[in-house]
Unconditional design. Structure first.
Length: 130
């Protein structure tokens, strides 16, 4: 089981996504927990590293937990993605291992990982993305 935390950032019916260097698929921004970190500690650290902004954790809201086959891992390796929304301060800018930042709509769903596709379905059903 791969334990990941992701940031849901939606604007104008589109969701912010990223592509890491050397990868073809897009992923919701976030990453793996380090020892002793809470969900929000992980999220704040990863988003600052990847997108150069500070999350306003006092505005954080749990969106849901989603599971699927982990992308680029052997069959049977599952990823658990705990997702949060949060306001932020600063200018979004790809950093660290992030090659590209993009706003995706539901039609772009096939460009994302299996767990992200489940999250896209959830957000579409809630009327949050188009």
């Amino acid at each position: 089981m791969i334990d990941k935390i992701a940031w849901i950032n939606i604007a104008n019916g589109r969701i912010l996504s990223t592509r890491s260097k050397g990868r073809e698929r897009y992923y919701l921004p976030g990453g793996k927990r380090e020892a002793g970190e809470s969900d929000l500690d992980t999220l704040a650290r990863e988003i600052k590293e990847e997108l150069s902004v500070e999350l306003r954790l006092d505005t954080a809201r749990f969106v849901g937990e989603f599971r699927a086959q982990a992308d680029a891992h052997p069959d049977g390796v599952e990823v658990r993605m705990r997702c949060y929304e949060s306001d932020y301060e600063g200018q979004l800018s790809p950093a660290s291992e992030i090659a590209e930042m993009i706003w995706l709509q539901y039609a772009d769903r096939p460009l994302t990982s299996a767990v992200d596709q489940i999250i896209f379905d959830h957000l579409l059903a809630e009327g949050r993305i188009r």
